[in-house]
Structures are given as structure tokens and as C-alpha cells.
Design a protein around this ligand. Sequence first.
Ligand code: FMN
Length: 161
Amino acid sequence: MSIIETIKSRRSVKAFKPDPIQEQDLMSWLEAASYAPNHRLNEPWEIKMVGPETRARLNHKTDFGSAPVVLAVLSKPGATPFERDENVMAVSCYVQNFLLAAYEAGVGVYWASMGALPQNREILGVSEGYDVIGLFGIGYPQEIPAMKPRTPISSKISYLS
Ligand SMILES: Cc1cc2nc3c(=O)[nH]c(=O)nc-3n(C[C@H](O)[C@H](O)[C@H](O)COP(=O)(O)O)c2cc1C
């Protein structure tokens, strides 16, 4: 698959088979993702593997589609609001790389933003100043949702003199 085909055909997955994810595969996607662009090579991503007790406390509406693996991706604090924004941008690039690396291996990801809620930050033990970019359910898809069409990009482009 070309990179363009890969980008366009990846879907957010909401229901997973119970089949486990091999630890070394997961680590290889997390490691590959770290080649994302990041300012001053500060590598602002941090990952928390979510165990069963923490997962139960998060009380997600579908338990992350029964994904065999759940993890949280955090963005490090910045010295200034500008730096903090840059960190969030870099970690978003990291996450997209991760989604694509997993997808290439036939694995789907459920991105849930509820990790950023104050009570969930506490459950996840997130230190002050960190941003929770998302909680991610990861597994082999039970079903793959249909593609959601995008707005023609030409309508998003403006031209400056
Ligand atoms: C920052 C961010 C937060 C998201 N949070 C959620 C979420 O809380 N629940 C959810 O079902 N999907 C969430 N998603 C996934 C989007 O709903 C999904 O990407 C979108 O519907 C497009 O579908 P696709 O990824 O299959 O192309 C999130 C995506 C992003 C980038």
C-alpha cells in the first residue's frame, strides 16, 4: 500500500477481537512513532500503559470496544504556553505515526479523549502541566467502520499575496 492509500484507508476502530497484541509489535509501533517531527528534538511524548484496575476505574462507555490493550499518550509540560502548544502538536504527529504503523500491521485504534477530564487525569496519575492527548484502545478490529468522506481540500485553501 502506498503511504497515500494507507493514510486514506485508515479508520478509527470501535470494536475489537479479543486476540492479543504482541508486546514486541506494540513496542515497534510506539518506537517508530517517535520519528515524528518535534521541536529541538525534545520528544515530548510519554506513554502510560493502562492496567485492568485503572481501566475499570476509567469506566469508559464501551470499555474501549473491548480492546486488548489500552494506553494513554501524554504531552510534556512546556516552559511557556507556546512551548506547550508545540509539544501538543508534536505528540499529535507521534500519535498519527502510531495509528498508521499499527494500521499497516492490521491493527485498529480507538482514540478516546476522555483521559483529559479532571477525574480521569487523577485516575491516570497525570502530573500537573501534562496534557493527555488521548486514551487509545488497540487491537485487531472486530469491524471496520465505513470511510467518512472529507471536505474537498480546495475549500480549505486561501491564497495570500
Ligand atoms: C483529538 C481527537 C480526539 C478524539 N476523541 C474521540 C473520542 O473521544 N471518541 C471517539 O469515538 N472518537 C474520537 N476521535 C476519533 C474521531 O472521532 C475520528 O477520527 C473521526 O470520526 C474520523 O474517523 P476516522 O478516524 O475513521 O477517519 C478523536 C480524534 C481526535 C483526533
